[in-house]
Write a protein that binds this ligand. Structure first.
Ligand code: GDP
Length: 445
């Protein structure tokens, strides 16, 4: 799902790594690349335009963040704009105060309505609802049988016209199904309607007649995400011809680009309520814009990290580290200790550092540090004189033994720490002279 777009966006953000701050040119270049990525993903042009305008405006207005580097800041903005374009909040089904709640499915033939009826029925049943599926697609040969098969698999009863009575009237079937539901205590009715291969007056009229007869609480427009921008055109025709309250996107599993998902809400103004992601009945769920956005960015972990970094790094600490980085003074053991305590606050270091670009070296340095190690390192550093902390090169063999004794550690611990520190110091110098991406207080900020 959305692989192409994810890959493109990842490449775009990679080119921002190593930037100290965002220049106007960086913003323009990055915005241009995101624009291309969206167009390639078959997102509708008006949606792309709005999206890019918002991203640019926000990137320009973004304060210089102390907790996030430019790449992370851009990712955050794009993520938030993706959530917006996908609809912001999740939209839940609204149930009627006087059951049954009537849900009507409309959409082209092959869009996945029948399958969706079964999936939705099963999903509702798992929430203790008692749905009834209704076969009001009497046009297509086998449509009734197909719904019966789906109903059997989903273990949901199906209301269908008696066989042998001719073609039957779908409006009548829909109306009767609501009566039947009331009699048999089904609290939800899901009406599968007839579709055509293309948009068609007669089909629209029939759907509108069913709508008028049963006055659904929710009309769901079911659309195949794999048809890309055509989905947007069809969505508009159904909006004009029948009208609907929300969209159910199907076949997202086959949609490498994401154009329909990203365009439909913006173009129609209707929320996406459900997503179908496979042929199995279980491949179905309520649609959550935030989850979908992080899936598109394929950076869920990075986003978690960004939030965590913002929460963990208090301004004062960040400022202190930033000034250490900016000053000409050399990196000392006191700074080293402080850095390590800050990083530990971020939680499981291994996984965190693994997510960050350019953090391999630092990970080797710190990944094996646990709280006990940190205590030991603190004790060793505290047993040094201030001069030694500033310049550990002056610590000779006899001082190492004294420090080990003073801190209740071994000489090998002192040696290990000093070696580690020199490596970190080297990295810090490199960073001051050029910079790598990362976070404040860590090489690569
Ligand atoms: P209808 O004509 O609108 O009722 O569409 P159907 O429910 O008959 O679905 C058409 C085809 O799409 C069937 O072969 C389904 O198995 C398939 N299908 C439906 N939903 C999905 C989905 O989410 N993913 C995939 N891969 N196939 C789906």
């Amino acid at each position: 799902m959305f692989e192409t777009l994810s890959d493109r966006l990842t490449t775009v953000f990679t080119s921002l790594r190593g930037k100290g701050r965002l220049s106007e040119e960086d913003i323009n270049t990055t915005a241009r690349e995101i624009r291309l990525a969206l167009l390639e993903a078959d997102v509708a042009l008006p949606v792309v335009r709005d999206f890019i305008a918002h991203v640019k405006e926000r990137a320009r207005g973004a304060e210089v963040s102390k907790a996030l580097n430019p790449a992370q800041q851009f990712i955050k903005i794009v993520n938030e704009e993706l959530v917006q374009i996908l609809g912001g909040e999740s939209r839940e089904l609204s149930f009627s105060k006087t059951p049954p709640t009537v849900i009507m499915l409309a959409g082209l033939q092959g869009s996945g309505k029948t399958t969706l009826a079964g999936k939705l029925g099963k999903w509702l049943a798992s929430e203790r609802d008692t749905p009834l599926l209704v076969a009001a697609d009497l046009q297509r040969p086998n449509a009734v049988t197909q719904l019966q098969v789906v109903g059997e698999r989903a273990e949901i009863p199906v209301f269908a016209p008696e066989p042998g009575n001719g073609v039957g009237d779908p409006v009548e079937v829909a109306r009767e199904s609501v009566e039947q539901a009331r009699r048999n205590n089904h609290n939800v009715v899901i009406i599968d309607t007839a579709g055509r291969l293309g948009v068609d007056e007669e089909m629209m009229q029939q759907a509108a007649d069913i709508r008028d007869a049963v006055q659904p609480d929710e009309i769901l427009f079911v659309v195949d995400a794999m048809i890309g921008q055509d989905a947007v055109n069809t969505a508009q025709s159904f909006l004009d011809g029948v009208g609907y309250d929300a969209v159910a996107l199907t076949k997202l599993d086959g949609d490498a680009r994401g154009g329909a998902a990203l365009s439909i809400r913006h173009i129609t103004g209707k929320p996406i309520m459900f997503a179908s992601t496979g042929e199995k009945l279980e491949d179905f769920d309520a649609f959550h814009p935030d989850r979908m956005a992080s899936r598109i960015l394929d950076m869920g972990d990075m986003l978690t990290l960004i939030e965590q970094a913002q929460r963990t790094f208090e301004e004062s600490e960040v400022e202190k580290m930033a000034s250490t980085l900016a000053s000409d003074d050399d990196f000392t053991l006191d700074d080293f200790l402080e850095q390590m305590s800050m990083i530990r606050k971020l939680g499981p270091i291994n996984s965190l550092l693994g997510m960050m670009p350019g953090m391999g070296q630092m990970r080797d340095q710190i990944s094996n540090v646990d709280d006990a190690d940190l205590d030991r390192i603190t004790a060793v550093i505290r047993s040094m004189t201030p001069a030694e902390r500033r310049n550990p090169k002056i610590i000779n063999g006899s001082r190492r033994l004294r420090i080990a004794n003073g801190s209740g550690t071994q000489v090998s611990d002192v040696n290990g720490l000093v070696t580690r520190f020199f490596e970190a110091q080297k990295m810090m110098r490199q960073m001051k002279n050029g910079g790598m991406p990362g976070m404040p207080g860590m090489p690569g900020s």
